[in-house]
Design a protein around this ligand. Sequence first.
Ligand SMILES: [Ca+2]
Ligand SMILES: [Ca+2]
Ligand SMILES: [Ca+2]
Ligand SMILES: [Ca+2]
Length: 205
Amino acid sequence: MKRALTTTALLILIATGAAHAAVTDTDGDGVPDSAEPLLHTDPMNADTDGDGLNDLADPAPFFAENPFAASTATAIAPFHIGELLVENNVDPVAHKDAPDHLEIQVVNDGSTDLTGFALYFTLTDADSGVQEGYILHPDITVPAGGDARIHLDDSGLAGHLRANPNSIYVISQAAKHVSVTMGLDGFAPVTATMEKDAGGAEQAD
Ligand SMILES: [Ca+2]
Ligand SMILES: [Ca+2]
Ligand SMILES: [Ca+2]
Ligand SMILES: [Ca+2]
């Protein structure tokens, strides 16, 4: 009798645990939080790669096709990508090292403020060849003759875009090839590339 009770209690515990895991889906995409790292997707983002298909429905949940691939615009864009940092970031206020993340400086070469950018970037792992691709829409205004910086990380800081914490940027120690393309409607897209040294995303010193 005692043995039966213990078994029943265990079954209840297991069932409760399973039910709990099944419903812990923070971003509501149908992929439990506990499974998102296995898929290399973001537990806080229902559409990790930004291609419009949620993580459960997406056959390649961390790869979006290049949205600029079909662009036929030839007009020279009124901006360029200045600094493209993939590591060795600096906190501009504290003047000290900041944790490694993707940081893009957009420089406005024209005489009117610019807004409405689309951003596409890929990360290619130098060892495995695995490639990730993400589409984002940074909510920035780049003032005429000035610049603005886009930060991608999971810091939650104001103005920072969220980056996938289960990306190869974070979990792979291999070197990476990074390509960033930015576009504004009506203009040819602008691309910059950078190599990231071997080593994971570092914490600030
Ligand atoms: Ca989820
Ligand atoms: Ca997700
Ligand atoms: Ca997707
Ligand atoms: Ca996809």
